[in-house]
Design a protein around this ligand. Structure first.
Ligand SMILES: Nc1ncnc2c1ncn2[C@@H]1O[C@H](COP(=O)(O)OP(=O)(O)O)[C@@H](O)[C@H]1O
Ligand SMILES: [Mg+2]
Length: 253
């Protein structure tokens, strides 16, 4: 038995009219492992993350978290269960400080609006969660800076801190290295190496060097279909993977 499976999908499907954005996907995500998801554009990677965090409802199939089916629960209940995600497009409040961004995020996990919760939850507790999250990603020194004034790479780190501030058990990360230079990517790789010792991470990323270096399990998707899942070595040796990428003009190797 896979005792450390924390999140699971069974025959998960998402259709948009006649388009099968995700078709019959069954995957197991384990605690303290990083599960990479790759595939050409339009493969359904972001759709998978959107389903796993409750942002989209599946057309059919199951999502199971710690043994309980959760596909029918409300979107906010996913966050309350500790399933946190970052978005492919930057999702921060540019005029708020780094600390405030993390506080807003921590409050969201509780549900309700920012002002409403301000009166009900202890601000000190939120600030502790936020500060701890900033420390984890190496942004403690930027705590009181306005998010718009930090570098692009730091903004992407801040987005990860915002997920951490929600006290998650699962981190769903959609292309956290997009648009980054080499040095900045190395910082994120280092960060994810540390975080995967503590969390279950599902990482969608185009940077193949990064995904090969980080993944304990790697899934390849093409056109909404599951192509293969295995170790990095198994996936790299799979001729179907090479074929799928060569057919799309992307480089894997
Ligand atoms: N909200 C939506 N409405 C209609 N089609 C969508 C929507 N979101 C995604 N799709 C389609 O689903 C397919 C998979 O998209 P996506 O999951 O974003 O792929 P990836 O992240 O792998 O590039 C694409 O064909 C995309 O156009
Ligand atoms: Mg995407």
């Amino acid at each position: 038995m896979n005792t450390n499976v924390i999140l699971e999908t069974e025959g998960l499907c998402k259709y948009w009219g006649g388009l099968k954005a995700l078709d019959d996907i069954s995957l197991k995500f384990k605690d303290r492992q990083l599960h990479g998801v790759v595939g050409p554009n339009g493969a359904g990677k972001s759709t998978l993350l959107n389903l796993l965090c409750g942002h989209y409802k599946p057309t059919s199939g199951k999502i199971i978290h710690e043994g309980a089916p959760i596909d029918a629960i409300k979107p906010y209940a996913f966050a309350r269960r500790g399933i946190g995600r970052s978005f492919q497009k930057t999702n921060i409040y540019p005029s708020a400080t780094c600390l405030e961004n993390c506080c807003i995020s921590a409050q969201r996990r509780m549900g309700g609006s920012f002002n409403f919760l301000r009166s009900r939850y202890n601000q000190t507790v939120l600030e502790e969660l936020a500060t701890h999250a900033l420390e984890k990603v190496g942004l403690a020194k930027r705590r009181d800076e306005v998010a718009a004034h930090i570098s692009y790479g730091e903004q992407r780190q801040l987005e990860i801190a915002m997920v951490l501030a929600t006290s998650p058990c699962v981190l769903l990360l959609d292309e956290p290295m997009a648009g980054m230079g080499h040095e900045e990517s190395l910082l994120i790789i280092d960060l994810l190496k540390r975080l995967k010792q503590e969390y279950c991470i599902v990482l969608v990323e185009h940077d193949m060097d990064a995904i090969f270096e980080l993944s304990d399990q790697l899934t390849v998707m093409v056109d909404g279909q599951h192509l293969t899942t295995g170790s990095v070595e198994q996936v790299r040796e799979d001729p179907r993977v090479r074929e799928a990428y060569l057919g799309q003009g992307d480089e894997v190797y």
